[in-house]
Ligand binder design. Structure first.
Ligand SMILES: NC(=O)C1=CN([C@@H]2O[C@H](COP(=O)(O)OP(=O)(O)OC[C@H]3O[C@@H](n4cnc5c(N)ncnc54)[C@H](O)[C@@H]3O)[C@@H](O)[C@H]2O)C=CC1
Ligand SMILES: O=C(O)C(=O)COP(=O)(O)O
Length: 599
C-alpha cells in the first residue's frame, strides 16, 4: 500500500555526506535530516523516529541500531559494499537493504589506476620533496607499467574495468575469479588462471577487487606474499582485511615487495598505533583515505540511484537493487517457499562443495535444473531460478550479492551462467512426490544441445562414463524442509543446514574413529553423521529406482558396483572451520577428499 500519500510525512536520516542530487529527489515527498558526525550512541537514540536510513561506508548499522529502529523500512547504502550493515538482522526484521551496485565502478577503477601509476613513479614522495624545497631526481627513479603483468583477484565489475584500463596502458592482465565468465574475460584479453599460486607467481603488480567475506578475509598474508616475485607491488582499493596489514609491513621491510598502494584499511579512520596506522606511515606505502568512490560523478550516480530506490520502497514497490529483497510474491509464498529454500541451498552446496573446493574451477557454468513430480506443476519458476543464482553466487560474493526475481537473469548473464530449466511430471518410481535435480555440465556440450529433459538424462548418462566427474545434486522437500538425497554418485539423505564436513573415503573399519579424534583435537563437536554409499544406478547412469531409494531412506546400505567401497561421510559440526581442518582429515585421517560447507 503506497505510504507516500499518507498525511504524516515520512522521515529519512542521512548521517553521512551524500550528493544533494539524490537528496533533492526525496525532499518533495519526505523530510530529510542531514546529521553528519553522529556517534554510535546518538544514532541508537534517534533512529526510532526514522522510516529510512541513507549511509555510505562510515555508519555502522549494527543489530542494535536495527532493533532500536521502530519504523525503519529501508537502509540505503550509497555505494557497493554493505559490510558495515548487519544484513542478516535487517532481513530478520523485514527491513530492506538496498545499494548502488554500479554507480561508482568507474571511480573505483580509475582510483586503482591512479594509485598504480603514483606508486610506479613515486609521485607522492617526489611531490612532497619538491614542495619541501628539494630538487631530488635520482632518488625517485620509477618503473614503467607497459609490458608488466597486472594480476587481478576478483574480476567483477571493478576488477574488469581495472583490467580494461590496464590493457590500455600496455599491461598483460591475469585474473583469478571462480565465477568470472571466460567469454567476458576473453573479450577483455584477460587470461584467467585457476589458482592463487599461479596468479601470484606472475604478478609485477597485484590488485584485489573482491568483497570482504569469509573466503577473502586475510587471503593475502605472509605465505602468499612470499610467492610473489621479489620487488613486485600490491594494491588494495577493495576492503581492508583482504590483505593482512602486518604481513604486508613485513614484506615491505624485507624488500620482498617494492611498494604498496592502499585505499582501504581494517580500521577506518585508523586507530593510533593500529596495524592500519603503521601501514599508512610506512615510507614504501602510497595511501589514500578510502577515496575510491569519491568523485563528483560517482557520488551523483549513487545518490540518485539509492534515493530513487528509497522512494520506491516507501511507496510500496519493488526496488531494483535490494540486497535482501524477498524472492517471491506473498500469494505464491506457500507453494514455492520450501522449494526456493531447497534450490538456494543446492546452489550454495554446489559452489562450496564442487566449484570452490576445486580451486574455483570455471569449467562448469552450465546447469540443468530439472523439476520432477509435483514441483513440475509450478509455472512461475522465476523465484527458483533466482534462488539458484543466489545460492551459486552467495558463497563467493558475500552479503552484498543482489539477486532477486527482478535481476536474476541479468546477474546470471553477467557471470556467464546458463541454466536450462526442465519440467517432467514423470518421477519414474521414486518415492518422493517432488524431486529437483541440479546437473553441472562443461559448457561445450551444453551449448551444442537442446535444453530438454531427454537431453539432461543423456548428459547424466554421458558423464556416467566417468562417474567421478559427475556434479549432480538432487533434493526434495519433506514436511516443508529441504532434504538432499543425491550428491554426485552418492545416495544420501541429509538436511542442508548449518556447517557440514563432506568427506569422501574408502569405507573401512576405524575410519570414523580417526576422523572423530582429529575433530576432537580441533575442538569441533559432531552433531550428527551420515554415511552415503555409492549408488549403482547413478554409476549406471539411471536416474531413479524406487527400491534403492527406499533402502537409502531406511538407512540400509546400497551396494556400490564392482569392488568400489567408496562412501561419503557427512558430518554436521557445531562451528565453522577453516580449510586446515579439511586438510588434516585428508593428510592424517586418510580420507580421499574433504570439504567444509556452511549452509
Ligand atoms: N575503495 C572504494 O571506495 C570502493 C571499493 N569497492 C569495493 O570493491 C569490491 C569489488 O566491487 P565490485 O567489483 O563492484 O563487486 P563485484 O561483486 O562485481 O565483484 C567481486 C568479484 O569478486 C569475486 N570473488 C569473490 N570471492 C573471490 C575469491 N575468493 N577469489 C577470487 N575472486 C573472488 C566474485 O566472483 C566477483 O566477480 C567490493 O568489496 C566493494 O565494496 C567498490 C567501490 C568503491
Ligand atoms: O562503494 C563502496 O563499496 C565503497 O567502498 C565506497 O565507500 P564510500 O561511499 O566512499 O564510503
Amino acid at each position: 500500500m503506497p505510504l507516500l500519500s499518507e498525511s504524516a510525512r515520512l522521515k529519512v536520516l542521512v548521517p553521512e555526506k551524500l550528493s544533494p542530487d539524490g537528496l533533492s529527489l526525496l525532499r518533495g515527498s519526505v523530510d530529510v535530516d542531514e546529521r553528519r558526525g553522529l556517534d554510535a550512541d546518538e544514532l541508537l537514540r534517534i533512529i526510532p523516529q526514522y522510516d529510512a536510513l541513507l549511509i555510505r561506508s562510515e555508519t555502522k548499522v549494527t543489530a542494535a541500531v536495527l532493533q532500536a529502529a521502530k519504523r525503519l523500512q529501508v537502509v540505503a547504502r550509497a555505494g557497493v559494499g554493505v559490510d558495515n550493515v548487519d544484513v542478516q538482522e535487517a532481513t530478520k526484521l523485514g527491513i530492506v537493504v538496498v545499494n548502488s551496485p554500479s554507480g561508482n565502478i568507474g571511480a573505483a577503477a580509475e582510483h586503482t589506476i591512479a594509485l598504480l601509476m603514483a606508486m610506479a613513479r613515486n609521485i607522492p614522495e617526489a611531490h612532497g620533496s619538491l614542495k619541501g624545497g628539494k630538487w631530488e631526481r635520482s632518488k625517485f627513479v620509477g618503473v614503467e607499467v607497459k609490458g608488466k603483468t597486472l594480476s587481478v583477484i576478483g574480476l567483477g565489475k571493478v576488477g574488469l574495468t581495472v583490467a580494461r584500463l590496464a590493457k590500455g596502458l600496455g599491461m598483460n592482465v591475469n585474473a583469478l575469479d571462480p565465477y568470472a565468465s571466460p567469454a567476458v574475460a576473453a573479450s577483455a584479453s584477460v587470461t584467467l588462471v585457476s589458482s592463487l599460486p599461479e596468479l601470484l607467481a606472475t604478478a609485477d603488480f597485484l590488485t584485489i577487487h573482491t568483497p570482504l567475506i569469509a573466503s577473502t578475509k586475510g587471503m593475502i598474508s605472509t605465505a602468499e606474499l612470499a610467492q610473489m616475485k621479489q620487488g613486485s607491488r600490491i594494491l588494495n582499493v577493495a576492503r581492508g582485511g583482504t590483505i593482512d596489514e602486518l604481513a604486508l609491513i613485513d614484506a615491505l621491510e624485507s624488500g620482498q615487495l617494492a611498494g604498496a598502494a592502499v585505499d582501504v584499511f581494517t580500521s577506518e579512520p585508523p586507530a593510533p598505533d593500529s596495524p592500519a596506522a603503521r601501514l599508512i606511515a610506512h615510507p614504501k606505502v602510497v595511501a589514500t583515505p578510502h577515496l575510491g568512490a569519491s568523485t563528483v560523478e560517482a557520488q551523483e550516480n549513487v545518490s540518485i540511484d539509492v534515493c530513487e530506490q528509497v522512494l520506491q520502497i516507501l511507496d510500496g514497490s519493488l526496488p531494483r537493487s535490494a540486497v535482501n529483497a524477498p524472492l517471491i510474491l506473498p500469494e505464491e509464498y506457500k507453494t514455492l517457499q520450501p522449494f526456493v529454500h531447497l534450490v538456494e541451498k543446492m546452489g550454495s552446496l554446489y559452489t562450496q562443495h564442487y566449484a570452490s573446493a576445486a580451486g574455483g574451477s570455471m569449467a562448469r557454468n552450465t546447469f540443468d535444473l530439472i523439476y520432477q513430480g509435483e514441483v513440475s506443476n509450478i509455472h512461475n519458476t522465476k523465484p527458483l531460478f533466482a534462488a539458484l543464482i543466489k545460492g551459486l553466487l552467495a558463497p563467493i560474493s558475500g552479503s552484498e550479492i543482489n539477486v532477486n526475481i527482478v535481476n536474476a537473469e541479468l546477474v546470471a548473464r553477467e557471470r556467464g551462467i546458463l541454466v536450462n530449466e526442465q519440467h517432467s511430471r514423470e518421477m519414474s518410481d521414486y518415492s518422493f512426490s517432488s524431486l529437483v535435480t541440479l546437473i553441472a555440465r562443461p559448457p561445450s556440450r551444453a551449448q551444442s544441445r537442446a535444453p530438454d529433459l531427454a537431453g539432461s538424462l543423456r548428459a547424466t548418462t554421458e558423464t556416467a562414463a566417468d562417474p567421478r566427474s559427475q556434479r549432480v545434486i538432487s533434493g526434495t522437500c519433506s514436511g516443508g524442509q529441504p532434504l538432499i538425497n543425491r550428491l554426485g554418485r552418492f545416495e544420501t539423505s541429509f538436511s542442508p543446514e548449518g556447517t557440514l564436513l563432506i568427506c569422501e573415503n574408502y569405507d573401512s573399519p576405524g575410519k570414523i574413529g580417526v576422523v572423530g579424534s582429529i575433530l576432537g583435537r580441533e575442538e569441533v563437536n559432531i552433531n550428527f553423521m551420515t554415511v552415503a554409499p555409492v549408488s549403482k544406478r547413478f554409476l549406471d547412469g539411471h536416474h531413479v529406482e524406487s527400491t534403492d531409494i527406499n533402502k537409502s531412506a531406511r538407512g540400509d546400505s546400497v551396494q556400490a558396483s564392482g569392488s568400489s567401497k567408496e562412501a561419503l561421510m557427512i558430518l554436521g559440526i557445531d562451528r565453522v572451520v577453516d580449510k586446515s581442518v579439511a586438510d588434516a582429515l585428508v593428510k592424517e585421517g586418510g580420507v580421499l577428499s574433504a570439504t567444509a560447507v556452511s549452509l
